[in-house]
Design a protein around this ligand. Structure first.
Ligand code: GLU
Length: 279
């Protein structure tokens, strides 16, 4: 059993991350498995070494350990480009020059990942790609190439529940996700994350409910690439006293702040009130 904690170093870790990390290591411990740490830093403008170092410090302070070396995604961009080349050769990609405003003006509705792309550039071929274009995955072509879609198992409630992915849901909720971002050329989260889960033989993806809605698309990408689908365990998100989700931008709750104010790792465990899960 192998699981992972995969933070993006785009801000300080907060209590929500501590909750997630302790859940990941707790699940690994209960299964006598391994918890890996992975740094998801493909967003080159927002990822900063200072936040990456903060992740190592905060997790060590919480008493967590992980095998070396840590996979840092920005060191492996050629791997992700190779996936793009494979998908491109199968006619699954197209370039897109639409701005957010173009997408709104085309009447896009909201879906699992923000606005559902209405397909304005879908007819373009990769030969027409210009520097700065985004690269999107053509879901309809992908559906044509696959047989029946996979299901996946979710264990977040404690019991395994099987979820069947429907073609209509993929088409209507995702609208051809971006795999390479406009202007920056950054590799998008889905591609790097799903590639690495397969490469690292992750058997259980343990992460917050905020990523639940993206799971069907990630499983679809695994199926397109012929990669195994892990089991999923999406945990609840901790909320503050007002019931608001703790956000990364809520700096006042950064773990390092608690630490500098004299809190102990046990105080953090008490604060986040980690349930003893049977997962
Ligand atoms: N890097 C993602 C984040 O920080 C998490 C990815 C995942 O666990 O699948 O939100």
């Amino acid at each position: 059993m192998i699981t992972r904690f995969a933070p993006s170093p785009t801000g300080p870790l907060h209590l929500g991350h501590a909750y997630s990390a302790l859940t990941v290591w707790g699940v690994a411990q209960r299964h006598a498995g391994t918890a890996l740490l992975r740094i998801e830093d493909t967003d080159r403008a927002r990822a900063k070494p200072i936040f990456e170092n903060g992740i190592y410090d905060d997790l060590r302070w919480l008493g967590l350990e992980w095998p070396a070396p840590v996979r840092r995604q920005s060191d492996h961009l050629a791997d992700y480009e190779a996936v793009l080349a494979t998908l491109g050769a199968r006619g699954l990609l197209y370039p897109c020059s639409c701005s957010r405003r173009d997408i709104v003006n085309a009447g896009a509705k909201s879906g699992a990942e923000g606005l559902v792309y209405p397909g304005t550039c879908r007819k373009r071929s990769m030969d027409s790609a210009n520097p700065g274009d985004a690269i999107r995955l053509n879901i309809a072509t992908g559906l044509d190439q696959l047989g029946p879609l996979r299901s996946f198992v979710e264990r977040g409630s404690g019991l395994p529940v099987k979820h069947q992915i429907s073609p209509a849901f993929l088409r209507d909720s995702f609208g051809d996700p971006v795999l390479k971002r406009k202007d920056s050329g950054d590799i998008a989260y889905h591609l790097a994350c799903v590639h690495d889960d397969a490469l690292q033989n992750i058997t259980h993806v343990v992460r917050g409910m905020d990523l639940w809605a993206l799971t069907p698309f990630q499983v679809f990408l695994q199926q397109l690439m012929g990669w195994e689908t892990p089991q999923y365990l999406h945990h609840a998100l901790i909320t503050d006293a007002d019931g608001k989700r703790l956000a990364k931008i809520d700096r006042s709750r950064a773990l390092s702040k608690y630490r500098s104010e004299g809190a102990s790792p046990n105080d953090i465990r008490e604060m986040i009130n980690l349930p003893l899960s049977s997962c």
